[in-house]
Write a protein that binds this ligand. Structure first.
Ligand code: GDP
Ligand code: MG
Length: 733
């Protein structure tokens, strides 16, 4: 029975070039959706060869077919449920040995596999040769060479896939490799039991099921448990072998199975399939570099130096455009002020739009520089080494080496953003470690919190700014690690997974790659300022403006403003004679009245009333109503804290003078002390992630539960520490 249409599943390790190949094969004939029930993307498309169509499904990238990660489960279940005619396994041929690991598992499942040796250009550049024919013969599968980036080899691939599909015609022939005397023996017994009772054999090969039992595969075990006695018998065999492995080799079956799979691959490659030209071998050079860069003692030291250099460089260079842009937005605000008549629209444009969005956009160049440097570390392969070195420390706290990237992107060095940071946690294989990372990464110093810290430190610790900022960074890391540890020993308990991320050979990043990576992230930031933050700024402006005050006092002030302004304009028009001194005095009076009215208006507004109401709680941390308003605004986006504080202080000043900056006003406020500043910094560091981050947490964890948790838990923790800090600080002072 030939199916009229051929279905091929495109599989492979992450970064093997799957997506590139998928696009080359299917062109514009694509459809993107989601796998049901999970947040894993499902891409489908159609490739044409000799007026026949091949339906292609792009599986999520996976290193293995265990059930450690949703991607692996999705890939495996798609193959089991939909039984594609062939699996096209895309290999990064430059790392053939590791990439074949997944291929072998597909073969153990029995589905027909075409092996794609992708990145052949890199293989050649590295001076390696792969004997394609020999590999094909030894591994018993068609092998095709491609350079997906340039579309080389795609016709040959489609032809081979078509050929194999016809030849196999829906029959699966599982590959059985030897797992050594102990396991082979147990496997044989288990296979007999499974076949006897016909357990799931319509779906899985018996040997494969037995292997999954030995590997402790959660999904298979769960189905097995409903089987009663069979499950108990299988489990008994597994327990015996596990015991035996532990005694004789002090290891467990899962590790042994992996060893034998690699052994099988190595034995094939050693028979002249893979030869290396060692004269210009990138791998060897990379190894020599790693001797220094990942040295037990020297490595971390170099890492700290590099991170510090990034920090220094970003701020020394990034400060220049930051100043330019701030001045530009300042100028824009003043221009609008002069060009438009006073009123609600002008107030909204200046205070809401220009001050809010401009204050945020000013940071774009600084953040771009930071992202450029980070992209360099990533593209060169150094970031993988950072993860590798940090893994030793992170493991103690229930995290993983791959947690480093999310933390750094969130602002671990300073000036990141938790939104891409939380998304970067996708590289984590274990859902528990991923969750702990996602929940703690928002403690880092993002680009929005940074200006608030700089402001507060500058005002209250003017002589020790760098030290104070360094201390803030260390505190954020310390709390993140401690909270991770607490979570991993309570709510997200479970074993830690081994560090499996490969250390790719170092390479010199290309300018194009750096530009693209930098721009992608910077654009995300700018887009956020133009959309979310714009909307929030306007909303907050309205909350700080309405309802307008209507008390007797407010009306009195307004009418005296009117009278005095009328007098002033008459003086200017020449109808009334006033001397210089008198005019100045009158002008100052009008200003003061405006200030007084604005203060009344702010306190009367929705935001003002909420801020004042919250003072009954927040005073334990020393926060006044103005700080309260900004912190509420900060939930919408942390960028808003500083602009709201600026607006609140400028609106509530009785005596408005041109040069009064926010820093000066804070310094003059007798209620703001060092203790308040420390409490505020701690609170801002820890309290609920901003709205966009919360939504991202929901997307990445798949449930609102953890998003809600991060809001409530973080705010409670922040409040507790802020109150403690303030109370201690106030006692000491
Ligand atoms: P995926 O994670 O498997 O989907 O991998 P992608 O398709 O996103 O490719 C990862 C990277 O490898 C991208 O930067 C591609 O441009 C690059 N790439 C893909 N195919 C080739 C190739 O044949 N040669 C080289 N040198 N690079 C490639
Ligand atoms: Mg991809």
């Amino acid at each position: 029975m030939t199916s009229p249409k051929i279905t091929a599943a495109l599989a492979g390790n992450p970064n093997s070039g799957k997506t590139t190949l998928f696009n080359a094969l299917t062109g514009a004939r694509q459809h993107v959706g989601n796998y049901p029930g999970v947040t894993v993307e499902k891409k489908e498309g159609v490739a044409k060869i000799q007026d026949r169509e091949i339906h292609i499904v792009d599986l999520p990238g996976a290193y293995s077919l265990t059930s450690y990660t949703p991607e692996e489960l999705v890939a495996r279940n798609m193959v089991l449920d939909e039984r594609p005619d062939v699996v096209i396994d895309v290999l990064n041929a430059a790392a053939l040995e590791r990439n074949l690991y997944l291929a072998v598992q597909f073969m153990e499942l029995g589905v027909p596999v075409v092996l794609v040796l992708n990145m052949m250009d890199e293989v050649r550049a590295a001076g390696m040769t792969i004997d394609k024919a020999k590999l094909s013969r030894l591994i018993n599968a068609p092998v095709v060479e491609t350079v997906a980036k340039h579309g080389v080899g795609k016709e040959e691939l489609l032809r081979q896939a078509m050929e194999l599909a016809k030849q196999q015609d829906g029959t699966w022939k599982p590959l059985n490799i030897s797992y050594g005397p102990d396991l082979d023996h147990a496997l044989k017994d288990m296979v007999a039991l499974i076949q006897e009772s016909d357990f799931l054999t319509h779906r899985y090969p018996a040997q494969w099921l037995a292997l999954k039992y030995l590997e402790g595969d959660e999904e298979v075990l769960e189905i097995g448990r409903t089987e009663g006695t069979l499950h108990d018998k299988l489990q008994e065999i597994v327990d015996n072998v596990s015991d035996h492995c532990q005694k004789t080799l002090s290891t467990y079956p899962e590790a042994l199975i992996a060893d034998y799979r690699y052994g099988y691959i190595a034995s094939i490659l050693k028979q002249g399939v893979l030869t290396r030209d060692t004269t210009h071998d990138r791998i060897a050079r990379s190894d020599r570099m790693d001797k220094v860069l990942t040295h037990k003692m020297g490595g971390p030291l170099i890492m700290l130096l590099i991170l510090y250099a990034i920090y220094k460089f970003t701020f020394s260079v990034g400060d220049i455009p930051l100043v330019w842009l701030s001045e530009f937005f300042d100028f824009l605000g003043h221009s609008v002020e002069n060009a438009m008549p006073a009123g609600m629209l002008r107030s909204m444009l200046v205070s809401g739009v220009i001050d809010g969005v401009g204050g945020v956009l000013s940071f774009a160049p600084l953040i771009m520089i930071m992202f450029l440097l980070i992209a360099f570390l990533e593209d060169s392969g150094y970031m993988a080494r950072v993860a590798y070195m940090m893994d030793r420390v992170f493991r103690i706290f229930g995290l993983h080496g791959c947690s480093v990237m999310p933390m750094i992107v969130s602002g671990g060095i300073a000036g990141g953003c938790a939104v891409p940071g939380v998304m970067a946690a996708r590289t984590l294989r274990s859902p528990r470690e991923k969750l702990a990372t996602i929940l703690t990464a928002p403690f880092m110093t993002c680009g929005a919190k940074l200006p608030v810290y700089i402001l507060l430190v500058g005002v209250f610790f003017p002589k020790n700014e760098p030290t104070a900022l360094f201390a803030i960074t260390l505190t954020a890391w310390a709390i993140a690690l401690l909270v991770a540890k607490a979570l991993r020993s309570t709510l997200v308990r479970g074993p830690s997974t081994p560090f499996v991320m490969e250390l790719p050979p170092y390479r010199l990043p290309t300018a194009k790659g750096l530009i693209i990576h930098t721009w992608e992230r910077t654009w995300q930031f700018i887009k956020k300022a133009g959309t979310v933050i714009l909307a929030i700024s306007i909303l907050l402006w309205a909350a700080m403006t309405f309802p307008r005050p209507s008390s007797q006092e407010a009306r009195d002030i307004q009418s005296s403003i009117k009278v005095q302004e009328a007098l002033l304009s008459q003086a200017e028009g020449g109808q009334v004679r006033l001397n210089q001194e008198k005019t100045e005095q009158l002008k100052a009076q009008v200003e003061a009245l405006h200030g007084k009215f604005d203060q009344l208006a702010l306190q009367n507004s929705v935001a003002g009333r909420v801020g004042v109401a919250l003072e009954s709680i927040s005073r334990y941390a020393g926060f006044d109503w103005r700080l309260n308003i900004s912190l509420i605004g900060g939930f919408a986006a942390k960028e808003v804290i500083i602009s709201t504080l600026g607006t609140a202080y400028s609106l509530s000043e009785e005596q408005t003078s041109e040069e009064a900056t926010l820093a000066k006003r804070l310094r003059q406020n007798p209620n703001m002390t060092r203790a308040t500043a420390v409490a505020a910094i701690l609170f801002i560091m820890l309290y609920s992630p901003c709205f966009v981050t919360v939504v991202t947490i929901k997307q990445e964890t798949g449930t609102w539960r953890w998003a809600a948790f991060s809001m409530i838990f973080n705010t409670a923790l922040a409040a507790a520490l802020a109150v403690a800090a303030y109370q201690i600080g106030a006692t000491l002072a």
